[in-house]
Ligand binder design. Structure first.
Ligand code: 13P
Ligand code: SF4
Length: 358
């Protein structure tokens, strides 16, 4: 949750005192002393410019707790972007999220504080790849994970996020489709296939069997070879090792992890679902298999919880977003997301359908 008391502070000293109160478990005081001035200035300027700041759950704790008006997972932040009447949306997250905000609310100025904050999943395919898959599987609806760029969304029938991926697939199977093109995350596809009782099919485009692998009456998800460079690093051995050291640990994994990791975990869900699980379900300790900053953010909210995380595994893209760059984004109105009108309109349809389902 964003800390309103920090945002309402009327001086740098008050900002620092409130940041220390919230974050003393996870950020050393000397670091907060350096950051309070910037946080105070961001909060002053965003009010002056009628801007809102959206912070993804992976933001580092000093930023996450001091400047965003809203924090959340991809789905939650997409909903807020669609509804806001602020003039400027500053997206403290990665480029595909900022593009989603622009598509959903195109009259707003949408800013991404670090120009190069990308995503390995989004980089794994482009619109041309989707067109080739549609030619290989004519008539199959295309579902894409929001972790893709606007040219891929423009070729998509319905988007999904980690919190509704299985529901979106199930919705299309219930409508009578037997084959769905489900892009671009190979492991998310495997995890969704297990949830909805479907087979994963590798397209000929990637050297797989394509349509030859589809039997009549079989529910099929055609996948792609995109992976998250962060979540693909977690292994079943990490979970075994944690259970050997802490037999009572509850393991929570993001569905971008490999199937064999999710199978060994106690729970899999979106970043917000993991946060809510730690808040709501009592356990002696939790291990979270996702970007490590999120563990700090959970501990700041729930100091009585013990959270194990593997901080050698980080998202280099999310970590580009800093308080310093967020202030610069506000001062210089940068880096603005600009998309062709046609791409906005086509991408909008795929996001609207997702938001209608849930
Ligand atoms: P969530 O939608 O679960 O927040 O995931 C976004 C993401 O990029 C995870 O790596
Ligand atoms: Fe992309 Fe993975 Fe980083 Fe999420 S954690 S933004 S999926 S690279």
């Amino acid at each position: 949750m964003p800390d309103q008391a920090i945002q309402d502070a009327t001086s740098v000293d008050e900002t620092l005192a409130r940041m220390k109160k919230k974050l003393s478990e996870v950020v050393p005081d000397f670091e907060l002393e350096a950051k309070a001035q910037i946080a105070f200035e961001i909060n002053r300027l965003k009010r002056e410019r009628n801007a809102i700041i959206l912070g993804h759950n992976y933001m580092e704790p000093a930023l996450f707790h001091s400047v965003p008006d809203f924090v959340g997972d991809s789905l939650g932040l997409a909903r807020i972007s669609a509804e806001t009447d602020a003039d400027i949306i500053i997206f403290c997250g990665v480029k595909f999220m900022a593009e989603t905000a622009k598509i959903l609310n195109p009259s707003k100025t949408v800013l991404l504080p670090a120009k190069e904050a990308g995503c390995s999943l989004a980089a794994s395919m482009d619109g041309d790849d989707v067109r080739k898959l549609k030619a290989e599987f004519p008539g199959a609806p295309v579902v894409t994970y929001v972790n893709c760029y606007a040219d891929v969304k423009a070729e998509t029938d319905i988007c999904c996020t980690s919190s509704n991926a299985s529901k979106v697939a199930q919705h299309l199977f219930d409508e009578g489709h037997e084959t769905i093109i489900f892009l671009p995350d190979e492991y998310l596809t495997q995890n969704v296939a297990a949830d909805v009782g479907a087979e994963v099919v590798y397209p000929k485009l990637l050297g797989g069997p394509g349509k030859d692998a589809i039997k009549p009456g079989q529910k099929s998800l055609v996948t792609w070879n995109g992976t998250c460079e962060v979540h693909e690093q977690f292994t079943p051995r990490d979970i075994e090792a944690a259970r050997e050291q802490f037999p009572d640990v509850v393991v929570l994994a993001h569905p971008e992890c490999k199937r064999e990791v999710v199978e060994k975990a106690d729970f899999a869900g979106s970043t917000s679902a993991i946060i809510n699980y730690v808040r709501d379900v009592d356990a002696p300790r939790y291990m979270i298999l996702t970007e490590c900053s999120m563990g700090d953010n959970i501990i700041a909210e729930n100091p009585h919880r013990e959270v194990i995380r593997m901080c050698s595994i980080r998202c280099p893209h999310m970590n580009q977003i800093t308080l310093e760059d967020t202030l610069d984004a506000l001062i210089h109105t940068r880096y603005e997301i600009e998309l062709p009108q046609e791409m906005i309109e086509r991408g909008r349809a795929s996001l609207d359908r997702m938001l209608e389902i849930h």
